[in-house]
Structures are given as structure tokens and as C-alpha cells.
Design a protein around this ligand. Structure first.
Ligand code: ADP
Ligand code: MG
Length: 341
């Protein structure tokens, strides 16, 4: 795994490769090829038949995935399965050799990350990259302005003395978001002072402030302690169930128990192939998933964890640890967002 990936900066600023290294084979679709099946009416984001090769290695083979509105969708798989590569294709950092990506019905396969952001896609990274001197609220305001008041952003920067008062609509939206994420009490705190769990919430808030239709979450729980994970997971639920706007979350995550608990539909990758997809129940009971990824013992643990009578969070730690993939890293490694040793 490359250093960039280890630092959780999957492909950022690197064109045509996930975290640098080999360049993906990016072949334009031949004009004569039959039209790929488009998105169904009821998806905010979809991928069809996505294939990515790194030299001779097939990192993704004909992978398709759909994200319906107002849903939480999970993407899991062992290390090297192709999760980060798929995220890079969905977010526009990597061009697939074949296959299409649709955002809100539009084909964005060749669109830049910025163009996708304007069309309603946001994402978070494993390592929150926040401006340490700014407060929590300022982060959300900035993100909101980048999307909705770009011109004004530049005016304010050019002439700080002439800062215009914020419009009521902006204040209201930011306040509602702070409330939804339970960040109101730290709204005025500089992010430098915040624990990792709260920083992750700020990152999610920043993504949501752009009012996206879909947010890609890259291992949002990595490095968090149990209490912080619980907090973030319930914030995700609130965002989808109670937020002002319809939004969907697509989550890559190592904490399988949490993915199974949160997601309505889960996709399982192994060696670049989609080996299973379906409801948490279906995925949990899938034989291929058991042998390829979870391991029987861990599946049982995950099920216990999801029983209605599941123990309260404070009792969960051993189970949650048990749910982790066999190839999972030590907590310290996870805190650094490393994907592989
Ligand atoms: P995951 O995120 O599920 O751990 P990745 O998408 O990072 O998996 O990797 C999928 C496969 O592609 C792995 O075999 C990995 O080694 C390979 N791979 C990823 N990025 C690159 C790259 N930039 N150059 C060469 N191979 C890569
Ligand atoms: Mg990865």
C-alpha cells in the first residue's frame, strides 16, 4: 500500500491513481459499445459495470452499486478488496477502464470531483483535514458559502473589513445542522481543541453544509473509541431520518457490526468482485461472505450484537472487536487511517 493511502489521503491531488503508484488503465468507451444500463429512477448515485486495472491487477471487476434516496448503504470487504478504488471512481479521482457512474441520473463518469460536488456529491476522508484555527461553526459556514455564496466568499477574503452580515437563511441552516449533529455546545470552539470523534462530526457537518444528495464516508469510525463510534453512528441515523433535506450516506467501514446495524443494504467486495449484496440479514447469512470476509465466529458475534436484546454500548467492546476483519489493524494503526501494515 502506498504512503498516500496509509495516510488516508486516497488519491487526493493524484490524478489517475489511488494514492499514487501505478496508473489505472483508463480506456474510453468505444463509441460503438452498447449503452450501459442507466440508473434506475430511484437512485441518487449508481455505478454500473465498473472495472479498474492497475497494470495486470484487476482492482475492480464489473462492479455495480446503487444508492437510493434517504438511505444508508454499506460497502465492506477485506483489505485489498477494492473499496478505496471504488470510492475513487465514484468521487471522480479515478477513471474506470469501463463502466459508468451516474449522479442524480446524469452520467458523471468523466466528470471531475468538483463537478460532482456541484451536482450533489460530498465526501469525507479518513483523516479529518480541518482548519485548526477556525471554530466548528466557521467550518460549516465556509462549506455552505463555497457551495452557495462563492462570490461572496471572495469578496470577504479580499476585504475583510467589509464583511457582510450573514443572511438569515445561512445562519438558520448552519444552526440546524449544528443541532442535528449535536455540535451546538462546541460551535464556538476552535477545532484544534476537539477530540477525534468530534472532529469527525465536524467533517460530516462540513460535507452536509454543501447540501449534498449523497455523502461518501471513508472509514468514518476508524480510530474512534466505542463511545465516539456510537455517537457518530447515531448522528448518521439522525442525518438520514431527521435532516432537513433528503440525503444518503455510502459508507466504507471496517466496523462490520456498525455497518450491519446502520445500513439498509450492504455491498461486499472481495478481490475486486462483488461477492454479495443485500440486507444486513442476507449478508450476514451469506456463505461466500462468511468464508471470504467475516469468518463464522465473527458473523455470530455480529448477529448477537444486533439482537433486540443486545447489551448496552458499554458492554459492547469485546464483541465489536470480535467483529473486525481478521486482517484488521491495531487501534493505533487505525487511528492513523492506515489500510494495510
Ligand atoms: P481496499 O480499499 O478494499 O483495501 P484498494 O481499493 O485500496 O482496496 O485496493 C484494491 C487492489 O488494488 C489491491 O490489490 C491494491 O493493492 C491495488 N491498488 C490500489 N491502488 C493501487 C495503485 N495506485 N497502484 C497499484 N495497485 C493499486
Ligand atoms: Mg482502502
Amino acid at each position: 500500500m502506498t504512503t498516500a493511502e496509509t495516510n488516508g489521503t486516497v488519491g487526493r491531488g493524484v490524478s489517475g491513481g489511488v494514492g499514487g503508484g501505478a496508473t489505472a488503465t483508463a480506456t474510453a468507451r468505444p463509441a460503438t459499445a452498447p449503452a450501459t444500463l442507466g440508473p434506475t429512477a430511484n437512485t441518487v448515485l449508481s455505478a454500473t459495470g465498473v472495472t479498474v486495472r492497475f497494470g495486470g491487477l484487476v482492482a475492480l471487476s464489473e462492479v455495480s452499486l446503487q444508492v437510493p434516496p434517504s438511505s444508508i448503504i454499506g460497502l465492506v470487504g477485506p483489505n485489498g478488496a477494492g473499496k478505496s478504488t471504488l470510492f475513487a471512481v465514484l468521487s471522480g479521482l479515478l477513471s474506470p477502464a469501463s463502466g459508468r457512474v451516474y449522479l442524480g441520473g446524469a452520467d458523471v463518469t468523466r466528470s471531475s470531483p468538483q463537478a460532482r460536488a456541484r451536482k450533489g456529491m460530498a465526501r469525507t476522508f479518513q483523516q479529518p483535514e480541518l482548519f485548526l484555527g477556525l471554530t466548528v461553526r466557521e467550518h460549516l459556514v465556509l462549506a455552505h458559502r463555497v457551495r452557495f455564496a462563492r462570490k461572496r466568499l471572495w469578496q470577504d477574503m479580499a476585504n475583510p473589513l467589509a464583511l457582510l452580515p450573514a443572511p438569515a437563511s445561512e445562519n438558520d441552516r448552519v444552526d440546524a445542522l449544528l443541532e442535528l449533529l449535536d455540535l451546538t455546545r462546541v460551535a464556538k470552539a476552535p477545532v484544534a481543541a476537539l477530540p477525534l470523534g468530534t472532529s469527525r462530526l465536524v467533517e460530516v457537518g462540513r460535507a452536509l453544509a454543501t447540501q449534498p444528495d449523497v455523502v461518501l464516508l471513508d472509514e468514518p469510525l476508524s480510530g474512534l473509541d466505542m463511545h465516539e463510534s456510537e455517537n457518530l453512528a447515531s448522528a448518521f441515523r439522525r442525518v438520514v431520518d431527521e435532516g432537513e433535506r433528503q440525503v444518503s450516506l455510502l459508507m466504507v467501514e471496517h466496523d462490520v457490526a456498525t455497518v450491519l446495524a446502520l445500513s439498509s443494504h450492504i455491498y461486499v467486495l472481495d478481490f475486486g468482485e462483488l461477492i454479495a449484496e443485500g440486507s444486513p440479514e442476507a449478508v450476514r447469512n451469506n456463505a461466500a461472505v462468511r468464508s471470504a470476509y467475516l469468518g463464522d465466529e465473527n458473523v455470530t458475534a455480529a448477529r448477537t450484537d444486533l439482537e433486540p436484546t443486545a447489551p448496552e454500548p458499554t458492554d459492547r467492546e469485546p464483541t465489536t472487536q470480535g467483529d473486525r476483519a481478521p486482517d484488521d489493524r491495531a487501534p493505533d494503526d487505525r487511528a492513523q487511517g492506515s489500510d494495510e501494515p
